[in-house]
Design a protein around this ligand. Structure first.
Ligand code: NCD
Length: 308
């Protein structure tokens, strides 16, 4: 039963519960008009303390397409946080006005804290360099739709594996499916955090390799998940400048990839995928964005308990 639950990190839902969300998303994609009044009379609050385009607007679009309404703020400076209000008090207030809340925050754990004080479901829309579970729902629905399954895949994760929260959440979520192999492609300075290696990959006996060159891994992949170097999480500009263009996926590199490899990216893209790659039939990042809206529609309906 997903009604009334929070989604703070990917493991909060069992794989069966995830499948329930995906099946509803499939039905919505097929007949969106049948779901256009599902959330009538309901209000979603978007509490965004960090920049966002896709996550916030896809949540808002999702709620509006379900017939619900949206309130919120898109920067901390325009909320009472600027006056020193705590997360706990903010969420208690939001619970008086709305039925469900989505929070993005630069501090790891902030949405978790909110959920402890909340009377309404809280969805983590990204907390610092930690987790981003609804991007993972998006990624899984995309993979499941295009590849037909979430098992038997070799997945290359490329770029900023240290600060990239989408990568951390995706690894956690994929660790529960059968026969998954990861190729972790990053510069030394941006390797996957030790806790993910020890507590997720090694603990679950998941095959993984760490490599520095994209060329050394690309040929073996079913999925290439590109990521942006997370500028806002660096302690100094110099390191960012040195590392920002570590990987640039172009058509030349794509000639080394399998014919049916798919390229995903949570977006925003900076330089890591050349524009020429957008024309390649293996580029799925904009389709992925669309899946993101549908999966959020399904998630909202499930947490509100209004799904048919
Ligand atoms: C990601 C994020 O915010 O972590 N963006 C998104 O939500 N699609 C990835 C990123 O910012 O690089």
């Amino acid at each position: 039963m997903l009604r009334g639950r929070h989604l703070i990190e990917p493991m909060d839902f069992t794989t069966e519960e995830l499948e329930e969300v995906f099946e509803l998303a499939d039905r919505i994609i097929e007949r969106p008009e049948e779901y256009s009044n599902l959330c009538e009379g309901k209000l979603l609050a978007t509490l965004f303390y960090e920049p966002s385009t896709r996550t916030r607007l896809s949540f808002e679009a999702a709620m509006i397409r379900l017939g619900g309404k949206v309130i919120g703020f898109s920067e901390a400076g325009s909320s009472s946080t600027a006056k020193g209000e705590s997360i706990a008090d903010t969420i208690r207030t939001i619970g008086c006005y709305s039925d469900i809340a989505v929070m993005r925050h630069p501090k790891e754990g902030a949405p978790k804290v909110a959920s402890l004080y909340s009377t309404i479901p809280v969805i983590n829309a990204g907390d610092g360099g930690h987790q981003h579970p609804t991007q993972t729902l998006t990624d899984l629905l995309t993979i499941r739709s295009i590849k037909g399954s979430l098992s038997d895949l070799t997945i290359g994760l490329c770029g900023d594996l240290k600060f990239g929260r989408t990568v951390h959440s995706l690894i956690k979520a994929m660790s529960r499916y059968k026969n998954i192999t990861f190729q972790l492609i990053s510069p030394k300075e941006l390797k996957i955090p030790e806790y993910i290696k020890k507590e997720v990959l090694e603990k679950n006996n998941i095959k993984f390799t760490e490599v520095e060159r994209l060329e050394d891994a690309i040929g073996s992949l079913n999925i290439l998940y590109m990521t942006r170097v997370q500028k806002e999480r660096f302690f100094n500009e110099e390191d960012y400048v040195r590392l920002k263009d570590s990987y640039i996926l172009d058509q030349e590199k794509m000639t080394m990839a399998k014919e049916d490899m798919i390229i995903l990216h949570p977006l925003p893209r900076v330089n890591e995928i050349s524009l020429e790659v957008d024309q390649d039939p293996r580029a799925f990042y904009f389709k992925q964005t669309k899946f993101g809206m549908y999966v959020r529609m399904a998630l909202i309906a499930k947490l509100l308990g209004v799904d048919k």
